[in-house]
Design a protein around this ligand. Sequence first.
Ligand SMILES: Cc1ncc(COP(=O)(O)O)c(C=O)c1O
Length: 505
Amino acid sequence: MPIGCTLPPKKTSKELIESSYKAEAFGFNTVGWTAFIFGLIVVFCMPELPRYLFYINQYLREIELPRNKKKNMKNSPQRRSFFKKSIVLAGAFSSGSLFNQLYAGDFEKKANLYKDLSPAEIASNEDYWSLIQQAYPASSSPVLNLNNGGVSPSPQLVLDAVDRYDKMANMAPSYYMWRILDQGREPLREKLALLGGCDPEEIAINRNATEALNTIIHGLDLNRGDEVIGSIQDYPNMMNAWKQRALREGIVYKQLSFDFPIEDDQTIVDMYRQAISSKTKIIHVTHVINWVGQIMPVKKICQMAHEKGIEVIVDGAHSFGLLDFNIPDLEADYFGTSLHKYLSAPIGTGMMWIKKEHIAKVWPLLCDADPVRDDIRKFETLGTRSFPLEQGIGEAINFHNGIGKKRKEERARYLKNYWAERALKIPGVNIHTSLKPAYSCAIAGVSIDGMTPRVLESTLLKTYKIHTSPISYENINVVRVSPHVYTRPTDLDRLVNALEELAKK
Ligand SMILES: Cc1ncc(COP(=O)(O)O)c(C=O)c1O
């Protein structure tokens, strides 16, 4: 016995026999048992260990442990109360998000600085918007992007989030994607629902507006002779979907033609009304017409259609993430949108909304094990796709909420008016979009007398490094200009100067 050790108290021979019997019976003493149980936990949990570490990491972020040393991550009580307020008010900020780490403090400061300004007033406050401009790498693009209506770029934090998720996914794709990133889908559904002011059980996440709306168009049971009313100013992918159904199944697809701009809701509603017959089952309407930016009176069309038992599908590709509205307030039956336009979510993300009572009757485009269930998730059997992109949507929503729906809408409208009102004063330059707030927001069409849209667009690009979208389609001949919240008035001065020079030639 080494010096300094205390001898254990002596046991009687009976106690010795009993304890050795117990130990033999169970194979262990107390220490052995503890080690055995711990070993079991480790063995069973080992495959799930990275997942638990991920959760622990998320949890630590959630409770905002002050472990990030970034300068702008000061965990002031004021900042914490801003987070809490934001979560309660708008569900805007998932705490621990990149947005919170990198931008929330600055957004809060600016918001406080201008808290007395209305969204319309703040729309022209360049100090406020400079913060948003800095967040977008597109602000420093060598080509001025004025085709945000086509696809919008993302702010840096969304790109970083996708990059982070992508790196994680590529460690062991099927494991990290299906077992870890996939866990983010339900919280994302809730976040999208909060943004759309609707029930999460009515939201399906997919890859773009084409997929969302084609799912609805092809998923509805219609019989030969049933009529659908749309317009030739709807989006080609959706018109083609209806034309395919007409060709294949004998439904009748009627298309109206509008002469935009129209500054009277009733004229538009009446055109749909007059096209209705006893065979009409569906009206398909585009919320913001992509060609010239006309805002359609969707709610009034829906109310009129419902009086006649007709359902309405709304293409919200250019309205969601830009206009301040809640999806149910449109009173439509179906709504589909991209998220990679004005929401600035990762490119290749979209969303579908179906009124709860209709979900069961819509067939999924990509089949599900139970295609007639009334669970919106039946539309998400999409196979392998990019979960990093999908999860990046969350940060885009954080950023969007950091600005605020109404402020964003007002800024986009201000920017459109900023250039369009100046352009209108140039002889030979025409604007093909209403500048009244009710009828347009970010998008407007422009033309120059004697110049085709194609020539105007290519000259703007080649000579002035300004990217726009040329449209020569049916009764529309314009160059479409669509700024975004990161666009500066000085960028638009560049456009106006270019139009002035070209109009003089
Ligand atoms: C009105 C409208 N609907 C749908 C789409 C299709 O969007 P996506 O390419 O995301 O499917 C577009 C695209 O620009 C559009 O302008």
